[in-house]
Design a protein around this ligand. Structure first.
Ligand code: GRG
Length: 283
C-alpha cells in the first residue's frame, strides 16, 4: 500500500502490534469486557495506520530509535479511532458501515459506542503519560500540544464548524475546517514524534509547515475519493472548486509540504514517499 516504503511499513507494523500487545497486557484487565471489545473492534478493523506510520518515519528521519515514539503512534491511532466511532453515530454522520463492516454503534449499540470513543480518548492520554522512554518534561510538552491539537481548539472545533456549516460555505472556511478536523491530528503525529526525537526548533518549524500541508492534501484527497464515489457534500472541495482545481489544490499542498522538508537539511526521502502515497492512493 505504501509504495516504496514496504520494508519500513513492515517493521513499523510489527513494532506497533508488539507495543499494542504490551499495552493490552497492562490495561485490558481493568476494562469491562464489553467496552474493551467495542474499543478494539474499531481499533483493529483494517485502518491504514497512516498517522502512526508517519510518526515512525519521523523518528527514522531524525535517526532515533522508534521505541521513543511508540506512545505517540498509539495515542494518535486511538484518537483517530475515537473520532471515527463518534463521527459515525446517529447524532453525527449516522453511518451504518465503516471499512466495509458495521459501524461500532451498529454492532455494540449507541451507548457503548459513545463510551468506547470516550475511553479511547482517555487511554491515549494514559499512553503518553506512561511512556517509559522520554523524560517528564518531554512528556508534558507532548501532552500540551496533543490536548491543543485534538481538543476544543483543534479536531473537535473542526467537527463543530463542519456540522454547523451551510451550503454558502466559502473556500477559506472550508480550508479552516479541514485544517482543524483532519490536519491537526496529522500534525500531532508529526510534531509529537519530532519532540520525542529531540528535533531542533528549526526542524520543528519546518515540520509544522510540512504536516499542515500534508494534512490538507490528505483531506482534499479524501474529498476527491468520496466525490468520485458519488457522495454529494457541500463541505467538499469538489463541490466548491470542481474536479480540476481540486486536483491542483492537492498538488499545491503536496509541493508546499515537500518544500518544507527540503529546508530541514535532513534525509527526507521516506517522508517524500508518504506525500506521493497520498497523491496516488485510491482508499
Ligand atoms: C470529535 C466526533 C469528533 C470528530 C472529529 C476527524 C473527525 C472529526 C471525524 C472523522 C470523520 C472524517 C471523515 C474525518 C476526516 C479525516 C479522514 C480523512 C479520515 C479517514 O482517515 P484514514 O483514511 O482512515 O486514515 P483509515 O480507515 O485508513 O484509518
Amino acid at each position: 500500500m505504501f509504495l516504496g516504503l514496504e520494508t519500513e511499513y513492515k517493521k513499523f507494523n510489527n513494532q506497533f502490534s508488539e507495543f499494542f500487545e504490551k499495552y493490552n497486557s497492562v490495561r485490558k484487565k481493568y476494562i469491562p469486557a464489553i467496552l474493551w471489545q467495542s474499543m478494539t473492534y474499531s481499533f483493529d478493523s483494517g485502518g491504514k495506520r497512516f498517522r502512526p506510520f508517519l510518526s515512525y518515519l519521523i523518528a527514522e528521519t531524525l535517526g532515533v530509535d522508534s521505541k521513543k515514539i511508540m506512545s505517540v503512534a498509539l495515542a494518535v491511532e486511538m484518537i483517530h479511532t475515537y473520532s471515527l466511532i463518534h463521527d459515525d453515530l446517529p447524532c453525527m454522520d449516522n453511518d451504518d458501515f465503516r471499512r466495509g463492516q458495521p459501524t461500532n454503534h451498529k454492532k455494540f449499540g449507541e451507548d457503548i459506542a459513545l463510551l468506547a470513543g470516550d475511553a479511547l480518548q482517555a487511554e491515549a492520554f494514559w499512553c503518553l503519560a506512561h511512556d517509559e522512554f522520554n523524560s517528564a518534561n518531554q512528556k508534558i510538552s507532548v501532552i500540551q500540544i496533543f490536548s491543543n491539537l485534538i481538543g476544543s481548539a483543534g479536531m473537535v472545533a473542526g467537527q463543530v464548524l463542519d456540522m454547523k456549516s451551510t451550503p454558502q460555505i466559502t473556500l477559506q472556511e472550508l480550508e479552516n475546517i479541514h485544517h482543524k478536523k483532519t490536519a491537526e491530528l496529522i500534525s500531532f503525529a508529526v510534531l509529537g514524534a519530532a519532540l520525542f526525537s529531540n528535533a531542533t526548533e528549526s526542524q520543528m518549524t519546518f515540520f509544522k509547515i510540512f504536516s499542515k500541508n500534508l494534512g490538507l492534501a490528505f483531506q482534499i484527497k479524501d474529498d476527491l475519493l468520496d466525490g468520485l464515489d458519488g457522495a454529494q457534500d457541500h463541505k467538499s472541495y469538489l463541490k466548491i472548486l470542481g474536479l480540476e482545481k481540486t486536483k491542483e489544490k492537492i498538488i499545491q499542498h503536496s509541493k508546499s509540504a515537500e518544500k518544507a522538508l527540503a529546508e530541514t537539511s535532513l534525509n527526507t526521502v521516506a517522508l517524500q514517499k508518504i506525500i506521493k502515497f497520498n497523491l496516488t492512493r485510491d482508499k
